[in-house]
Ligand binder design. Structure first.
Ligand SMILES: [Zn+2]
Length: 415
């Protein structure tokens, strides 16, 4: 591992042309981009990157779910690989930088290192992950989940897109899933480094160019079913009511206030509500609302949930309205590798790049890798925090600072 940390900067004006070029695959009328997994625009983009990797001196290859790698072999006999990249798929009418920035940055950083310093000691793989967003099929992290061996039990025949096509068929039509390419699962990855736009406005507000993620939040999601009694809005006295809407509104107030009280980083969101019969002159008999809670420490999530269950019980006894939470997501918080995280922070100090430690409130491929190998996630600012929209924008200087940081990290780890 090298201790040199004064690398030559990547020459200017390389990143934007590459990002603009990738943006053309799936361009929409609304000036956004749509690259859904295994779609035509997705396939064209992956094959175009294949050619670009090749012309940049890397050896490209696909795996059997469509993850695309660009490999540089190491000079020392060691099977451990340093993998860097992000996802090529987008949401419907998404922006220019989400996912593609990480791929572009990895390609430019590795190409620059190769040109300036020759082959690394350790193998480096640039990766264009096939899927992260869950925008076509009801599943996220299809690329990194397969690489890390977490998706071996998934039945791809049962996962359908909104046209009713199965994941199996979509995969086959794109030329994958038939054993033509090597199996996606790997056991040789030593570290994974992902550069990504922040998709929030913490960095822009604090004037930092880089956000070095220490952990990615855990998420728990519930549907909360509140059951009372539907009745006439005019003839039922207030004291006789078991009003599900009234109870639900009190619970929502309580859930939000409790999150603020427990920890400044804890977030609780009720984003969806359904009432029955949903009629102005009838007392609601049933209400279902969603709850999404996130924090980077399991004990904080546990504490919130135990207060919540206790409160539900108390309210239910007092009002005669039943309250049944049903959990459908439980993702544990994931820590990024402390050594790479600290190294990134020290390097940013050394180069006078304004950086800060962060917690990621959104899920990323790095979280799939985080329980499997040493993983690192680095953010660059998103203007106004906008993402998943055509207005997504990151300043060129910030894009370049991120690439310089990635170049430094790769040099430290692989040279
Ligand atoms: Zn993304």
């Amino acid at each position: 591992m090298s201790t040199d940390s004064s690398l030559s900067f990547l020459p200017d004006n390389q990143v934007l042309p590459l990002i603009d070029w990738l943006f053309t695959f799936g361009r929409t009328k609304e000036k956004g981009t749509t690259r859904l997994l295994y779609s035509d625009s997705w396939l064209k983009a992956q094959h175009a990157i294949y050619d670009k990797l090749k012309s940049s001196g890397l050896s490209p290859f696909f795996d059997d779910v469509g993850n695309l790698y660009g490999r540089v072999e190491g000079t020392e006999a060691d099977d451990a690989a340093i993998v860097t990249g992000s996802h090529i798929d987008s949401v419907v009418n998404g922006g220019k930088y989400d996912g593609t920035y990480g791929i572009t940055a990895s390609l430019l950083a590795v190409h620059h290192l190769l040109n300036e310093y020759g082959p690394p000691k350790k193998r480096i793989d640039v990766v264009s992950l096939c899927e992260e967003e869950g925008s076509r099929f009801p599943l996220t992290f299809w690329g990194s989940g397969n690489i890390t061996g977490k998706y071996t039990e998934i039945n791809t025949d049962e996962l359908l897109d909104k046209e009713g096509m199965s994941l199996t068929e979509a995969m086959h039509r794109a030329g994958f899933g038939k054993g033509v390419y090597p199996s996606p699962q790997r056991n040789d990855i030593e570290s994974f480094i992902e550069l990504h736009i922040e998709q929030g406005h913490v960095l822009e507000k604090s004037g930092s160019s880089l956000g070095i993620v220490e952990s990615i939040v855990g998420q728990r999601r519930y549907n909360i079913y509140v059951n009372g009694e539907s009745n006439h809005a005019g003839t039922t006295p207030m004291s006789f009511r078991r009003d599900a809407m009234h109870t639900a509104s009190g619970l929502i107030q309580w859930l939000t206030a409790k999150a603020r009280e427990i920890d400044p980083h804890l977030v609780a969101t009720v984003g969806k509500i359904e009432a029955r019969p949903n009629t102005p002159n009838v007392i609601a008999g049933e209400v279902m609302f969603s709850l999404d809670i996130r924090h980077h420490r399991t004990e904080v999530l546990d504490a919130y949930c135990s207060h919540m269950f206790e409160h539900f019980h108390e309210i239910s006894v007092r009002t005669g309205v039943s309250i049944s939470p049903s959990q459908w997501t439980d993702a544990a918080p994931v820590n990024m590798d402390p050594y790479i995280t600290k190294t990134a922070f020290d390097l940013s100090r050394h180069h006078h790049l304004p950086a800060q430690y962060m917690i990621s409130g959104a899920g990323h491929d790095a979280q799939m890798f985080g329980t499997y190998c040493a993983a690192s996630l680095i953010f660059v600012p998103s203007h106004n925090g906008v993402s998943h929209a055509p207005q997504e924008y990151t300043d060129k200087k910030d894009l370049e600072n991120g690439i310089h940081m990635l170049t430094e990290l790769l040099y430290k780890l692989a040279y």
